[in-house]
Design a protein around this ligand. Structure first.
Ligand SMILES: Cc1cc2nc3c(=O)[nH]c(=O)nc-3n(C[C@H](O)[C@H](O)[C@H](O)COP(=O)(O)O)c2cc1C
Length: 212
């Protein structure tokens, strides 16, 4: 019989020194779980006390990347206060990962590359949607789409709109929560040691266990 993740839990001796390897392992396991739709969906909360789902598109030592509209409510909130939180709720696995950190714009180059890789149809949507602005009707949006289809005919390249691009959230803390028996859940939080960058510019992380 296969043991469940909750039977095994989070054991200090088996945990990596930084949160990235463990996060990647959990994301891989969530992606292999047929009950989890959009395993890379994360809830982004900003300093204006608003939350929304966005999709994780890349993960490197620099952080967690997503793409959006730079005129949206979330982007305005990030401009006012770069500190954000990210939450991955993988309930069917009795897992969650919650992250705090600072969001920064990705380079134009990286945003261009990602924009060009997206499926056809969505580039026009990025031009047509003034994300987070009020619409008088659905027809207004559809009219915008038709306008941009004329401007960028099918088969031709659609450039990235200047108001569209990515953010990377550089993590300061990453907490892994694993459900266990009798509500004695495991909570392991990695906290970045701000004073310790080694020669390769790799951060060191401290690790604590919290009461469930
Ligand atoms: C599963 C899912 C994935 C989403 N992914 C994105 C995304 O990657 N980028 C994005 O801008 N909005 C995404 N959205 C829409 C956002 O949740 C949100 O409605 C939109 O970005 C406007 O948010 P704001 O007005 O707070 O800026 C997604 C929504 C869902 C339900």
């Amino acid at each position: 019989m296969r043991r469940s993740y909750g039977d095994i839990g989070l054991v200090e001796e088996n945990l990596p020194d930084n949160p990235f390897a463990l996060f990647r392992q959990w994301l891989t396991e969530a992606s292999a779980n047929a009950h989890i739709v959009e395993p890379n969906a994360m809830v982004l909360s900003t300093g204006d006390l608003t939350s929304r789902t966005v999709l994780l598109k890349d993960l490197t030592e620099a952080g967690f990347s997503f793409f959006t509209n730079y005129n949206s409510r979330k982007a305005h909130a990030i401009k006012m206060d770069a500190r954000v939180s990210l939450l991955f709720p993988w309930y069917v696995m009795e897992r969650q990962v919650s992250i705090t950190g600072k969001a920064m714009r990705l380079s134009e180059n990286v945003s261009d590359q990602y924009f060009a890789s997206r499926p056809s149809g969505s580039p026009i949507g990025a031009w047509a949607s003034a994300q987070s602005e009020v619409l008088a009707s659905r027809t207004e949006l559809e009219t915008q789409v038709e306008e941009y289809k004329k401007r960028f005919p099918e088969g031709g390249a659609v450039p990235r709109p200047p108001h569209w691009g990515g953010f990377v959230v550089s993590p300061e803390s990453v907490e892994f929560w694993q459900g266990r028996y009798s509500r004695l859940h495991d909570r392991i939080r990695y906290i970045k040691d701000e004073n310790s960058q080694n020669k390769q510019d790799v951060s060191r992380w401290n690790r604590i266990r919290l009461n469930p």
